[in-house]
Design a protein around this ligand. Structure first.
Ligand code: FNR
Length: 489
């Protein structure tokens, strides 16, 4: 009786094991059969690349552009949730050359021509349909879409996204397959490793079968934090198990301080590409083949790029603090640290006491990117570095000369339109006069100077003296600047 029972149980166990093996095989077959990508995987785009890793609240436009400037081949955005992204509105800002995806009044994703073929948008999601809806909205503005299956934070646990999907491989496969089969851009994903290497390899093979173009691997478990050594051998095993490019990640703290270190990490992990996060926050010039730059220079380049695109100052100050925390010992950080957040304009940022530490006062504000304006012969603009000392502002000022001339010639009064450039805290002025618009595009520190500068543009265009003090030489160069003229004063 006892013997028969044991035999019965053993037979049942064997049947269950066989059935489980059959189910696994069927799943693999299903993965292969159901994959009919819109286009073949574009794995070559991800081969031999040095990449800025996705970083929430950091991997935004200025840092991505900075990484590209220093030599990164590709850049990932911070993780953006499909739930929010799908509600975004896409708008173009021709003045700054930006494409904005805006949710409420917040730019969830900003991009520009300089990163068009190099930016990969990383999405957080747990819903295949929602992921597709969101990805379709941005696919024409990015090189590719990445899905984050690596985030271990409590927020990811709450929303059941990121690394919390790694033990739901069927859903991982469904999401990736949906995107691969319906998007016209390559799809990738980023994972962490699982406690059991066999399970990890099974997972990555299933991921590969969806048709993704590459696989990012952060060589740590979901429960491991950055102080735990990166699992180089696990990354290596994954590179041997799949034929798509593996992007190795997790080496910043132990291995990566320079570009050469990135290459060593690539070799050590036997991978085709590497993505870098924390070392890039510490010093983004880690991507430079010719060696890292001093941190002050990097911060100057960073703030200059942010100013050029009038990037949100709130976001910038947060990012600066992250950079500072990784570079300066607390005792060197002045007590005015918090002041950074009180700055409301870039001008204030450049003047605050804190900026001494960062040498921000040495930054020269860039002229506004007016060159991108469409050709219009009624729009006369000049790039005038207007110097107040060269003019009499109280009497015989450019503005009073223009007003008097208009009155004497029975012309309607010029209309002054002041433009405040919020991010740099400076002004320009457009003058509407005689059916034309006159604009001195170099910004001025106050409204009055901006008006005078634009009056000079108008007076010069009309061939009238503009009130310059030492006008022994009343001629000035009219250098052509495409649709408008540039004159140096
Ligand atoms: C991250 N990481 C991360 N990963 C991801 O897939 N999406 C994300 O949005 C973020 N956000 C993020 C923010 C910050 C501040 C840090 C430090 C990290 C993880 C990151 O991409 C990378 O996987 C790890 O930092 C390990 O790589 P490094 O730092 O060793 O190069």
């Amino acid at each position: 009786m006892g013997f028969l029972n044991v035999l019965h149980i053993k037979l049942r166990q064997q049947t269950v094991v066989k059935l489980q093996a059959c189910i696994r095989l069927l799943k693999k077959l299903e993965d292969i059969c159901l994959s009919s990508p819109l286009q073949p995987a574009q794995s070559n785009l991800y081969e031999g690349k040095v990449i800025l890793a996705p970083m929430v609240k950091l991997g935004r436009l200025p840092m991505r552009l900075l990484a590209l400037k220093y030599g990164a081949d590709l850049v990932y955005t911070d993780e953006i949730f499909s739930q929010q992204l799908k509600h975004c509105t896409r708008t173009k800002d021709d003045r700054l050359g930006l494409v904005n995806f805006t949710c409420g009044d917040f730019h969830l994703f900003q991009t520009c021509a300089a990163e068009r073929k190099k930016v990969i948008l990383q999405m957080g999601t747990n819903d295949p349909d929602e992921a597709l809806e969101a990805a379709k909205l941005v696919q024409n503005d990015v090189l590719g879409i990445d899905v984050n299956f690596g985030c271990p934070t409590p927020n990811a646990e709450l929303s059941q996204t990121g690394a919390f999907l790694l033990n739901r491989p069927d859903l991982v496969v469904q999401i990736l397959r949906k995107l691969v089969n319906n998007l016209s851009v390559p799809v990738t994903c980023k994972i962490r490793v699982l406690p059991d290497i066999k399970e990890t390899l099974e997972l990555v093979r299933r991921i590969e079968s969806t048709g993704v173009s590459a696989l990012g691997v952060h060589g740590r478990l979901r429960v491991e934090r950055r102080n735990v050594a990166v699992r180089v051998n696990e990354i290596k095993a994954i590179t041997e198990a799949v034929s798509i490019p593996v992007i190795a990640n997790g080496g910043s703290l132990e291995y990566i301080n320079t570009f050469d270190d990135i290459i060593h990490f690539r070799e050590k992990t036997n991978s085709l590409s590497v993505m870098v996060a924390q070392s890039a926050i510490k010093n983004t010039s880690v991507f430079r083949k010719n060696g890292v730059l001093p941190i002050h220079k990097v911060i100057q380049d960073y703030v200059t790029l942010a100013m050029q695109y009038e990037y949100s100052l709130i976001c910038l100050t947060h990012e600066l603090q992250e950079i500072i925390a990784r570079n300066f010992k607390p005792k060197y950080i002045p007590p005015t640290y918090e002041n950074l957040h009180r700055c409301e304009t870039y001008a204030e940022l450049r003047c605050c006491r804190y900026s001494k530490l960062l040498q921000l006062d040495e930054i020269t504000p860039k002229p506004i990117l007016e060159e991108q304006k469409p050709v219009d012969e009624n729009y006369i603009a000049m790039n005038l570095p207007f110097k107040r000392g060269n003019y009499t502002i109280k009497s015989n000022s450019p503005k009073s000369i223009l007003m008097t001339w208009a009155m004497q010639n029975k012309q309607p009064n010029p209309k002054f339109e002041i433009i405040r450039h919020n991010m740099i805290g400076r002004y320009t002025c457009k003058i509407h006069f005689d059916g034309k618009i006159y604009h001195a595009v170099t910004s001025q520190r106050d409204k009055r100077l901006a008006e005078h500068a634009s009056c000079v543009v108008c007076l010069r265009h009309l061939g009238l003296p503009d009130g310059k003090k030492s006008q022994e030489d009343s001629s000035y160069p009219h250098e052509s600047l495409g649709n408008y003229r540039r004159a140096e004063m």
